[in-house]
Design a binder for this molecule. Structure first.
Ligand SMILES: *Cc1c(COP(=O)(O)O)cnc(C)c1O
Ligand code: SF4
Length: 353
């Protein structure tokens, strides 16, 4: 997203780094890892679970196989059966339009490859940088700007993290480190703890930010251990979750967010404006209202990053501005997310309107 670190996805041809760990008592497979291993991975299974016409699954295969379908069952449970236009389904079901070529849509529209300050470290903006710690996501969102990002060559690996940590230690201008990926919460607690401890030992690092879709799509990930880990660090923590539609925020998510709040982290949300999913004022209002009910402040509403295969999700800027004006006319100021787009080479995300 132009946003950030939206989460993860896997490079074509690479295995998802999410297979369950070995079954031994010192390294037990946690409940969230089991949930992830049980995720839906084929259009046929998704159609069957939702009572949809099998022709939809057949069409999904024409989207190509470089960015596979991946949907946790808990997220599936929030979709409406029999509705091929369900806004949650549209985010995950491959569509033939992904093969369409569109001018201005490319494989790395944000030019992240050239912003790598070290393996695994994307440093574009003053004072803060992205530390890529995971190369996969728990869900594959069709609109994702990282659907073609070469994680393996970009250092989202343990060795890359070492190099990135050394670069952060050597740059006193970095006051905030943003864990990203893929989805940084796919990293197991012991590795996460190690990274957080290393950052906390650097005097110039004051803030830790985590951009993750897991609290939304795999709420089981928000364990008491994770909350304790975030509560214990000396760093000021912000967690930015990623929900695009109020229906993503069911009671299981509300419970996860409630646990997360006990860490005293600041909780924000980023969304992407997506045609057919959330491109109407009532839908965006409902999202803001539901987020605030949960104690999450709407932070960004991103215009789509123009990554190849996503043109069918694009909402034009004039429509985006109009929707944003409608939100401002109906919600308190703090409930209106900043409408923004990422422009390669700019000093920050560009606010629109
Ligand atoms: C989006 C982004 C950030 C964070 O931007 P904020 O406006 O602080 O949320 C930082 N670094 C990179 C490379 C980003 O893409
Ligand atoms: S959670 Fe979705 S949008 Fe975020 S990085 Fe993963 S695939 Fe992309």
């Amino acid at each position: 997203m132009a946003a950030l670190p939206r989460s993860v996805n896997v490079r074509p041809g690479q295995p998802m780094p999410v297979t369950p760990l070995a079954h031994d008592a010192s390294n037990p497979v946690t409940r969230w890892q089991r949930e992830l291993a049980a995720a839906i991975r084929t259009p046929e299974a998704l159609c069957a679970a939702l009572d949809l016409d099998p022709a939809i699954a057949a069409a999904a295969h024409t989207a190509g196989d470089t960015f596979p379908l991946l949907v946790p069952r808990g997220f599936l449970a929030r979709m409406r059966k029999g509705d091929p236009r369900d806004p949650l389904l549209l985010q995950v079901m491959p569509q033939p339009q992904e093969q369409a070529t569109a001018t201005g849509f490319s494989s790395d529209p944000l030019d992240e490859a050239s912003a790598l300050a070290a393996p695994g470290l994307v440093h574009k903006y003053a004072g803060r940088a992205l530390l890529l710690v995971a190369a996969g996501c728990a869900i594959n969102c069709r609109y994702c700007f990282r659907r073609e990002f070469p994680y393996a060559e970009s250092g989202a690996t343990s060795a890359g993290t070492e190099a990135a940590l050394a670069a952060i230690a050597a740059d006193p201008s970095l006051h905030e480190v943003i864990l990203s990926g893929g989805d940084p919460l796919l990293v197991a607690d012991d590795r996460l703890q190690g990274i957080v401890d290393r950052l906390a030992a650097m005097p110039h690092v004051r803030r830790l930010r985590i951009h993750s879709r897991l609290p939304i799509v795999l709420p089981e990930r928000v364990t008491d251990d994770l909350v304790d880990l975030l509560a214990a660090t000396r760093l000021a923590v912000t967690v930015v979750v990623h929900a695009n539609h109020a229906r993503e925020l069911d009671d299981t998510v509300a419970a996860a967010v409630d646990r997360l709040r006990q860490s005293r982290a600041i909780l924000l949300n980023q969304a992407v404006l997506l045609k057919g999913v959330n491109d109407s004022a009532p839908v965006l209002e409902a999202l803001s209202e539901r987020l605030l009910d949960l104690g999450v402040v709407p932070y960004y509403l991103h215009l789509l990053d123009r990554v190849r295969g996503t043109a069918h999700f694009e909402v034009d800027e004039a429509t985006a501005r109009r929707l944003h004006d409608e939100l401002r006319a109906s919600l308190p100021g703090y409930a209106v997310p900043r409408l923004a787009r990422e422009v390669p080479g700019a000093a920050a995300k560009v606010w629109i309107g």
